[in-house]
Design a protein around this ligand. Structure first.
Ligand code: P53
Length: 485
């Protein structure tokens, strides 16, 4: 009773936030290499060069002028360049993951490390790097779980093709997929296509210069087609592959029992479920088609796109769960909460992290039930965690009891979903199992790890690794298969 015998306990990371080595080993530039650090008060910025050579800086959701290209400004600090340097520490880090007893490790492959321009030129040194990483994991009995693309695109494709707004990028992405599927087919079984596909937007993540709804949904359509084709290709290359999708799931509750609030919550939830509907059911839901019709959004499709999407549904649903939110029909009640960048209402029943993320363990059980009832597919919690400021004491210890408390409650909620609700949950990979750069703010001080990395918000630090109190705690959790919390 409890967690299944083969439950995949592990941890999760992403190349742009962890790997570093941004120009090492023949890697090309990625859009995220031109995104500065930031904080709660100072947003991260895109640095770029205009067509007539001017250097500019704008927030990540600002549209870029036509012909603008990413630019690395020597005056700025870019956290992706070194990040927490997995590139040079992978052996040490994997040994620590093994010590915790990880059964799996979620990481992403940097597209620009394999295809420096994103086109059909291959960088053998990049392929060899991930071979070494996978071999190291397998040596320790750790199953790699690979996100094919996590929040970035080779800068060349953004600059020359306007990123995912261009259909040609589907072909380049599939070339990348074919390369890694073929090369790693005997080392990697678990894949997922696009990280948090419902959050993908702007030049930063998908290389598009214009951010309006028309452009955003056209790009999303290309992502759907690319993902569906990747799923089909992967299964052809190795029928044992488990290829999933990945969505940021932030369930919203109606603020009151007023049906108007219930409708507001339903609309909030189905905006994120739309991305699962397409990838798990294989077709666009009716409400989205009506919305396109109402708002004059037209998606350009190739003749066989619908069939491709229908035949390329995923094997499992991977999702991140950090928090829940609340919805209200009353515009007065709706304000921007914390770092989420989404209109929502503060839920008076929940506490929040220092970054304003509502802590809601029961919300994880609710999410698991909703996703399981709705899609009847295996589920994988591929991100969950508590971003906090950690204190290194004089004796060198890091006593992150708040993190242990967060995980305890969320793991108990997963256990309830499995044992009481019958949810088919295959694994759990807490986010940033080793400290890495925050995607939202670009900070180092928003830490998630069981392992501390000596690095600050400005790139100062020895990069030395240190176990936090949560390290030994999580080790016990895994050793007892979730019985001892
Ligand atoms: P950071 C916002 C809300 C929920 C998930 O986020 C999010 C974000 C983006 O800020 O992204 C995922 O680092 C994402 C990771 C990211 C992690 O959550 O902003 O997949 O890349 O680091 C945590 O605290």
């Amino acid at each position: 009773m409890g967690f299944p015998k083969n439950f995949l306990w592990g941890g999760a990371t992403a190349a742009n936030q962890y790997e570093g080595g941004y120009l090492s080993g023949g890697k090309g530039l990625s859009t995220l290499d031109a995104i500065t650090g930031g904080s709660m008060d100072h947003p991260r910025m895109i640095t770029y060069k205009t067509k007539d050579g001017q250097i500019e800086k704008v927030t990540r959701d600002t549209e870029l002028p036509e012909g603008a290209v990413g630019y690395i400004d020597p005056e700025q600090y870019y956290p992706s360049h070194v990040a927490t340097d997995f590139y040079h520490h992978y052996q040490e880090d994997i040994a620590l993951f093994a010590e915790m007893g990880f059964k799996c490790f979620r990481m992403s492959i940097s597209w620009a490390r394999i295809c420096p321009k994103g086109t059909d030129e291959i960088n053998e040194e990049g392929l060899a790097f991930y071979d070494e990483v996978f071999d190291e994991l397998l040596k320790h009995g750790i199953e790699p779980v690979v996100t094919i693309n996590h929040f970035d695109i080779p800068m060349y494709l953004a600059d020359e093709y306007d990123g995912w707004s261009n259909r040609k990028v589907i072909d380049y992405f599939l070339f990348f997929c074919e390369t890694i599927f073929t090369r790693y087919q005997d080392k990697v079984k678990y894949w997922m296509t696009f990280n948090e596909i419902n959050f993908l937007r702007s030049w930063t993540q998908i290389g598009i210069h214009k951010n309006d709804k028309q452009h955003k949904y056209q790009a999303a359509h290309h992502l759907f087609v690319a993902s569906a084709k990747a799923v089909q290709m992967g299964h052809r290359i190795n029928p044992d592959f488990m290829i999933g999708m990945m969505v940021a799931y932030i369930p919203s509750y109606p603020m009151t029992a007023n049906p108007e609030d219930v409708l507001a919550a339903l609309q909030f939830n189905r905006e994120q479920e739309f991305y699962i509907d397409v990838q798990a059911n294989g077709y666009y839901p009716a409400h989205k088609l009506k919305e396109f019709e109402r708002e004059g959004i037209t998606i350009e499709k190739a003749a066989d796109d619908d069939a491709v999407i229908a035949n390329g549904t995923v094997d499992y649903i991977g999702f991140s769960y950090y928090m829940s939110t609340a919805s209200s029909a009353n515009p007065e009640a709706v304000k921007y909460v914390g770092g989420n960048q989404m209109p929502a209402v503060k839920n008076p029943y929940l506490s929040e992290s220092d970054w304003g993320w509502a802590v809601d363990p029961l919300g994880l059980r609710i999410s698991l039930c909703q996703l399981s009832d709705r899609y009847h597919l295996p589920l994988f919690v591929v991100e969950n965690g508590f971003g906090a400021i950690d204190q290194v004491e004089d004796d060198g210890t890091i006593n992150d009891d708040y993190r242990i408390d967060y995980f305890k409650k969320h793991i108990a909620a997963m256990k309830d979903a499995i044992t009481l609700d019958g949810v088919d949950l295959i694994g759990y990979t807490p986010w940033g199992c080793i400290d890495l750069v925050s995607a939202g703010t670009g900070e180092m001080k928003k830490r998630y790890g069981f392992i501390y990395v000596d690095m600050d918000d400005h790139g100062n630090g020895t990069l030395a690794r240190k176990k936090k109190k949560s390290f030994d705690w999580y080790k016990e959790v895994i050793a007892s298969n979730g019985e001892q919390l």
